[in-house]
Design a protein around this ligand. Structure first.
Ligand code: NAP
Length: 503
């Protein structure tokens, strides 16, 4: 099918714009939200977002659904069945949800199909974790049997960004539900449709009504209301560092736990002994896939001096050969950005870098031609001549912009890579494994890739240090982030407590 044909099919199957509030589908009572297809600027849907009353209602229903013995008293293997049914539903609808997500975000269908598959895997994994997670008998120090158990928190708010909605939504919903909570999901205003489709799938999979509500709406209003609401027991947030920091301050006032998956400015480090073809392909994928709109984008490239000129020359040539195109064209490697406003923000970062003395090796402008005229496209961009302390090397651009910097030795590159507020991810290319190990252990990063980039396993914890956040998602421990740990002591003697004397 042609890209235009796929796009037309996707338009027809978009969610109808009603919200999922406390188990019911109805129009929101809040402000209008326009969702656009960033490949051509066409309107996907106008929907009414959630109002404060909608949010209050969703939270009250979530509390009731969470406390209902029909959910609260499920045994872990019974709760797991709900997660498996949702995973099956996502898989059955994978093509449809991929097309919706591509219209919602402008991402390539190739990528949104992979994200849908990974979301299904996330639900299946946390179902399996729920039914295999042990509770512990702990070492006794007296006559009582001592145990450590985990309880659900209650109603959890999940606040997610626009760049990979189905994946970030699943990463929060699956462990939160597996642990026995109810969830209020607030998707980003630029991509409200994918989460609504996910809600339809959970409903069809038989998740009891009220356990999930999906409330598109302004972050400053609805997101903030969720954070401040006395009946929200935890906020799990993925998004920008400034938003996360402000949210954490409010959470502290409430003494409410938060998980924060925030931004990044990740270093990619290429040593002179690296396999150059492997390194170039990894660096390209690390920064330019998803058009750079990835928290883990490897946006600062350090290349060892001995190979710097040759490496950068080949990298630039390979970058120029990347296929920029329509999200529905299977040949496309670089699709449009999410929104024209975001393209303007990316361009502003590049303009300031040029003022700071950056040399443009390629890109730094939208592509030319009729195919790109109405879309939010931006060419993959490589900048040289900046210092690691320049704003472009310190601030997250969240677009297809790479800064290249030379280095001379291992200690220097570790110091430069770590000289940044963020600590989300890093990549190292070398044939010297002991060196990769040393450098990998020394880098300030939640994830380090060696001779590869952007590989993921749901079994491996993910998260950031410093300005990149607090907490870890994924992995068996990821479920525990949605629980309250409890110590339980049960008397084994059957005797009255001696302290009280005869009673
Ligand atoms: P954002 O502006 O921080 O928004 C994220 C979410 O927070 C959206 O749903 C937003 O709603 C909401 N929000 C905004 N202000 C809020 C407030 N005052 N209180 C509560 N919620 C509020 O981030 P974004 O631009 O959508 O996403 C890009 C950022 O996400 C980048 O920094 C990227 O690195 C980060 N990210 C991190 C990870 C990770 O795992 N570490 C993964 C993906 C993305 P509105 O859309 O209505 O404003």
């Amino acid at each position: 099918m042609s890209p235009a044909g796929d796009a037309a099919a996707a338009l027809k199957e978009l969610p109808d714009g009603r919200l999922f509030i406390g188990g019911e589908w109805r129009a929101g009572r809040g402000a209008e939200i326009d969702s656009h297809f960033s490949a051509d600027g066409s309107l996907n849907r106008t929907l009414r977002g959630a109002s404060a009353e909608d949010a209050d209602e969703a939270i009250a229903r979530a509390q009731a659904a969470q406390a209902d013995p029909a959910w609260r008293d499920l045994l872990p293997h019974q709760r797991a069945r709900h997660l498996y049914a949702i995973a099956d539903g996502i898989e059955r609808n994978a093509d449809r949800i991929a097309r919706i997500q591509s219209r919602d975000t402008g991402k390539t269908l190739t990528e949104t199909r992979a994200l849908a598959a990974s979301a299904a895997g996330t639900f299946r994994y946390f179902g399996a974790v729920a039914e295999t997670m042990d509770e512990a008998l702990t070492a006794r120090r007296g006559s009582a049997l001592t145990m450590s158990v985990h309880e659900p928190l209650g109603v959890v708010a999940a606040i997610t960004p626009w760049n990979s909605p189905i994946a970030s939504d699943a990463q929060k919903l699956a462990p939160a539900l597996a642990a026995g909570n109810a969830v209020i999901l607030k998707p980003a205003s630029w991509s409200p449709l994918t989460a609504l489709e996910l809600a339809r799938i959970t409903e069809a999979a038989g998740l009891p009504p009220g356990l999930l509500s999906v409330l598109p709406g302004s972050g400053r209003e609805i997101g903030n209301l969720l954070v401040e609401h006395p009946d929200i027991a935890k906020v799990s947030f993925t998004g920008g560092t400034e938003t996360g920091r402000a949210l954490a301050v409010k959470a502290a006032e409430k003494l409410m736990p938060v998980s924060l998956e925030l931004g990044g400015k990740s270093p990619a480090i290429v040593f002179a002994d690296a396999d150059v073809a492997q390194a170039i392909s990894g660096v390209l994928f690390g920064i330019f896939s998803s058009t750079g709109q990835s928290c883990i984008a490897g946006s600062r490239l350090f290349v060892e001096g001995a190979i710097y000129n040759e490496f950068v020359e080949r990298l630039v040539a390979a970058t120029k050969a990347l296929r920029i195109g329509h999200p529905f064209d299977p040949a496309t490697q670089v699709a449009p950005l999410i929104h024209p406003d975001h393209r303007a923000a990316v361009a502003a970062h590049v303009a300031r870098a040029r003022d700071d003395g950056a040399e443009v090796l390629t890109g730094a402008a939208p592509p030319e031609g009729a195919d790109f005229a109405r879309g939010a496209y931006y060419r993959p961009t490589i900048l040289a001549g900046l210092d690691n302390t320049a704003p472009l090397c310190r601030e997250e651009v969240f677009g297809p912009v790479l800064a290249v910097l030379p280095f001379e030795d291992e200690a220097e590159v570790i110091a430069q890579a770590n000289d940044n507020p963020y600590g989300l991810a890093a990549g190292i290319w070398t044939r010297d494994f002991p060196r990769a190990w040393r450098v990998g252990r020394a880098l300030k990063a939640g994830t380090v890739w060696i001779n590869t980039y952007k590989q993921f396993s749901i079994s491996t914890p993910f998260g950031g240090d410093g300005a990149s956040g607090i907490g870890r998602e994924k992995g068996r421990q990821g479920l525990l982030a949605y629980t309250a740990q409890k110590g339980l002591y049960a008397d084994l003697t059957g005797a009255p407590h001696p302290w009280a004397g005869p009673v």
